[in-house]
Design a protein around this ligand. Structure first.
Ligand code: ATP
Ligand code: MG
Length: 576
């Protein structure tokens, strides 16, 4: 490709609305342009990376025995009504009507469509296992689209669906996908963790997320510093050990705490540390149940664990009006004493005595509070967020480290949720009709490229790893008006193309400074500079973008060297 004839609109300035580095650099390096909130066009340079990502996914899915298909974006409402998700999905599902008034939605995921295909085409266990995948555009009307391709409304996902006759078959299919995902992200050269994840309302307890480690990640994960355990904090289990409730040593006392609301304020006021206080949260479930949740003062609630415990879709902090109704006081003074609602205490609290709680009255707290004596806990449960330093529940000797991560892939064991709802059955070896046991497996292609940029850049621009880089080699003519330079660069360009390398030839009539700056920004891994001075000595300059290392290479050797460097950078060993 010739730069002079290519569309590569680089920007000097960082666009004001681009908060994270990948969004900034994708805009500046001319990879994407915004069309509407969360909706982007891929310009040619960005599309090349996206297509490479897709191809890596495709090859590893094929290697794992999955088969590619392609489903439509427009999904008829009937299928979604059958699964029950037409009602349940909420506002992320973009719904519309066709000219005849029939209801449709833009597919945010494709369990319904694929289950419909399989129930109509597969009838015997002999046709199983089956794993079908597609690489296709999804639409989710995200409430807060942001960070460019990271959280778009329209985005490209690889989604795969496995079908098995029984549970153990489904476990095997899941394990294959787990391995394929590790291969995909390893092949992209990413630093990632596969973590145990919450399977949400989908059910089952079998789900892993693949997290690219990056400070800008929206997810918090913990991993053990001595064993393999790693989990999303939403899911991370905690080790509580055997807890005995210590005997009370203090009398219950009410104290005035004028103007002191937060745990930190009350702790300072009473000259205590936050872990001697209890937090009382008044929480409302999606089904409108109101409960009180007790946590040690320095801990955070894990809303997902609480929602799972209460068997509800989600929980949120109760509105001020509800808090007033159940505690008799405005928000900020709640405590467990005298409450008429269910009191759920984090398990850790079982081991505590003589603590401080809110007094259910303005500017009022209680000290010397003891469970059993002063109030009753309805249920102890693990409802807090894991933190760095918590002991590992698996090996029990290690400690958690915490990381930020970008979720690039998610695999689920679905079980029979969709096959039962949609009557997708096959005959087993005994001729008996069985619901298919399913799994589903997603990877965000655009999000993964963005995540790769979060991990691979410097102050001058992109440093995409070779497997995802839009081009492998940049050949820069320092001065295209110099006949010798032009001819040598053109020759090199042709030789590299003939070898099948992906080359961008910077043949623009621009100052060298501009070319080098753009070269750094677009971050093509290998850059060959053809200039008059070195050419006189029979050399060109070879620069590696990542290390910044520059070497002079004889013109006669450079083609072989580049070919070798590219091959080495693409080499990859499959784990199995
Ligand atoms: P998130 O929690 O980030 O919203 P999700 O759990 O909704 O993700 P899945 O339904 O598991 O995501 O989708 C599979 C994959 O699709 C994700 O791992 C991610 O890589 C990608 N993805 C999901 N939502 C978006 C989005 N809004 N923009 C870009 N990629 C997305
Ligand atoms: Mg989502």
């Amino acid at each position: 490709m010739r730069y002079s004839q290519y569309l590569l609109p680089t920007l000097k300035e960082t666009p004001a609305d681009a908060e994270v580095i990948s969004h900034q650099l994708m805009m500046r390096a001319g990879m994407i342009r915004k069309v509407a909130a969360g909706i982007y066009s891929y310009l040619p340079f960005g599309l090349r990376s996206l297509r490479k990502m897709e191809q890596i996914i495709r090859e590893e899915m094929d290697r794992a025995g999955a088969i590619e298909c392609l489903m439509p974006m427009a999904n008829p409402a009937e299928l979604w009504q059958e699964s029950g998700r037409w009602e349940k999905y909420g506002k992320e599902l973009l719904r519309f009507k066709d000219r005849k008034g029939a209801d449709f939605c833009m597919g945010p995921t494709h369990e319904e469509v694929i289950t419909d295909i399989v129930r109509n085409t597969v009838s015997s266990y002999k046709q199983l296992p089956l794993n079908l995948y597609q690489i296709q555009t999804k639409f989710r009307d995200e409430i807060r689209p942001r960070f460019g391709l990271m959280r778009g409304r329209e985005f490209i996902m690889k989604d795969a669906y496995s079908f098995d006759i029984d549970d153990s078959g489904a476990d095997t299919s899941y394990a294959k996908m787990y391995q394929a995902y590790r291969n995909i992200f390893n092949r992209c050269g990413l630093k990632f963790r596969s973590v145990e994840a919450d399977s949400g309302t989908i059910g089952g307890n079998f789900s892993h997320e693949f997290m690219v480690l990056a400070e800008s990640g929206e997810d918090a994960i913990v991993s053990c510093d001595s064993c393999e355990y790693a989990a999303n904090v939403e899911k991370a289990e905690l080790l509580y050990g055997e807890l005995e409730t210590p005997a009370a040593t203090m009398e219950l006392q009410s104290v005035d705490t004028p103007g002191q609301k937060s745990i930190a304020e009350v702790a300072t006021f009473l000259e205590l540390s936050p872990h001697q206080l209890l937090k009382t949260l008044i929480v409302q479930t999606a089904d409108d149940e109101v409960v009180a949740v007790l946590l040690r003062g320095d801990r955070e609630l894990n809303p997902i664990k609480l929602a799972n415990l209460l068997d509800t879709d989600a929980v949120h902090m109760a509105e001020d009006k509800v808090v007033k109704e159940v505690t008799g006081a405005p928000t900020g003074f709640a405590g467990p004493i005298g409450l008429k609602i269910k009191v759920i205490a984090d398990t850790e609290i079982k081991g505590m005595a003589d603590f401080v709680v809110g007094g259910n009255g303005v500017d009022l707290h209680f000290t010397g509070v003891n469970q059993g004596r002063d109030f009753t806990v309805s249920q102890f449960a693990d409802v807090r967020q894991a933190e760095a330093g918590d002991p590992c529940p698996r090996c029990t000797s290690g400690k958690f480290e915490s990381w930020r991560g970008i979720e690039v892939g998610h695999i689920f064991k679905l079980g029979t949720k969709y096959s039962e709802a949609m009557n997708a059955t096959v005959l087993d070896a005994q001729g008996k009709s069985q619901p298919l046991v399913m799994g589903c497996y997603g990877i965000g292609a655009g999000r993964t490229v963005a995540a790769a940029i979060e991990q691979n850049h410097d102050e001058n621009g992109l440093i995409l790893p070779m497997p995802l880089a839009p081009f492998q080699v940049l050949v820069t003519m320092v001065n295209p008006k110099d006949d010798q330079v032009r001819e040598a660069a053109e020759k090199l360009y042709r030789q590299l193309l003939d070898l099948g390398l992906e080359v961008l030839l910077d043949d623009r009539d621009e100052r060298p400074g501009i070319k080098f700056k753009d070269g750094d920004l677009i971050g093509i891994p290998l850059r060959v500079t053809v200039g008059a001075r070195s050419l006189k000595e029979g050399n060109v300059e070879l620069k590696e973008r990542r290390s910044g290392e520059v070497s002079l290479v004889p013109v006669a050797d450079v083609v072989d060297q580049l070919q070798q460097l590219v091959a080495d950078a693409l080499a990859f060993t499959v784990e199995s």
